[in-house]
Design a protein. Structure first.
Length: 331
């Protein structure tokens, strides 16, 4: 029986970054369908902020963190796709990756290819799998084809930089938005064909101009409240509005009747965790992600690194929109 302990970041009440506490927790042996994994790096994501603040209420106390990479130390009964000593990475429920060592369900843990290092693996799983389901699974009527316009908000963020490169590889014409000229330049350098600084410009007017008034087939929106209304007006008839986050706050309730006059458009609210409910789906998505990263078509930009004990500052910087690309906690 394992009697190991691990450093971990926990909260016992919702609130600001000051609620993030560094504690020692016991770590036992994996049960059926579980593994024990020793982390080498941990990914930081906006969902962690939502869970900490209470926007996504959690049963407390809770250990935070949704993705990491490391080495499998022990394997429970019934786990066949992983072995002790395997390099592995994951984006997975339940939370708990902000730690050195944990026991967790094995079904969403994937073997990490030898040519992808641990820090990249930790940084890319949640954001990369999100980009995968957005571009490959959230399709408008008739699908997405080379030459089609799509609008991607927060294009210089972790998901945005991966999605911009992936969209270019697919032949899509991605229009990115960001909140500064520096972030717009970063989006353009990573595959966006156009970039709009929505702090300075009316992104709706620019999108209409770029598309000769036709609009885009899909809008991918993790910003939420601040971009919602104009995003709907950016869509071409039968276009698809894909909401997958609330960085500026949750979208206000709206009447479905508005969708008809705007072109009989579609609206969907997506989460990664609906797409990775099975081992097979998770692996299929990860295989596509690993392939585009290993080929060099998508480069994972790790722009910020913090020590585990500095996680409060990492959350402050993330909420203040000071970050670009991916952020990791080093152990």
């Amino acid at each position: 029986m394992s009697d190991q302990t691990s450093r971990a970041i926990c909260i016992d009440q919702h609130g600001g970054p000051e609620q993030l506490k560094l504690v020692q927790v016991p770590v036992g042996d994996p049960g059926p369908g579980e593994i024990r994994i020793r982390h080498r790096a941990v990914g930081l994501n906006f969902i962690d902020v939502y869970q900490r603040s209470g926007l996504y209420p959690m049963q407390l106390p809770v250990q935070l963190g949704m993705e990491a990479a490391g080495v499998v130390e022990a394997v429970g009964a019934g786990v066949t796709h992983l072995r002790v000593g395997d390099r592995a990475a994951y984006a997975s429920q339940p939370p708990g990756s902000y730690c050195d060592l944990r026991v967790m369900p094995a079904k969403c843990v994937c073997r990490l290819p030898a040519d992808i290092d641990f820090v990249t693996g930790a940084a890319m799983m949640l954001k990369g799998l999100t980009a995968q389901y957005l571009l490959r699974r959230c399709q408008p009527q008739g699908g997405l084809n080379a030459g089609d316009f799509v609008l991607f908000h927060a294009a210089a963020g972790g998901v945005g930089l991966i999605a911009s490169q992936w969209a270019k590889a697919l032949g899509l014409r991605l229009i990115g938005t960001a909140g500064s000229d520096q972030k717009c330049a970063l989006a353009l350098a990573n595959g966006a064909e156009f970039a709009i600084n929505y702090a300075k410009e009316d992104f709706l007017a620019r999108v209409k101009d770029i598309t000769a008034g036709k609009g885009v087939k899909v809008v991918y929106d993790s910003v939420g409240k601040d971009t919602w209304d104009k995003s709907l007006d950016c869509l071409s008839p039968f276009g698809l509005m894909v909401s997958f986050g609330n960085a500026s706050g949750p979208v206000a309730p709206f009447a479905p009747g508005i969708l008809g006059p705007k072109g009989s458009i579609y609206v969907t609210r997506q989460t990664l965790f609906s797409h990775i409910t099975t081992r097979e789906s998770t692996q299929a998505m990860a295989d596509e992600l690993f392939a585009v990263v290993s080929s060099g078509q998508v480069k994972v930009h790790i722009a910020q690194r913090y020590k585990l004990e500095d996680v409060q500052q990492a959350h402050r910087d993330l909420e203040a929109r000071k970050t670009t690309g991916c952020t990791v906690l080093t152990l």
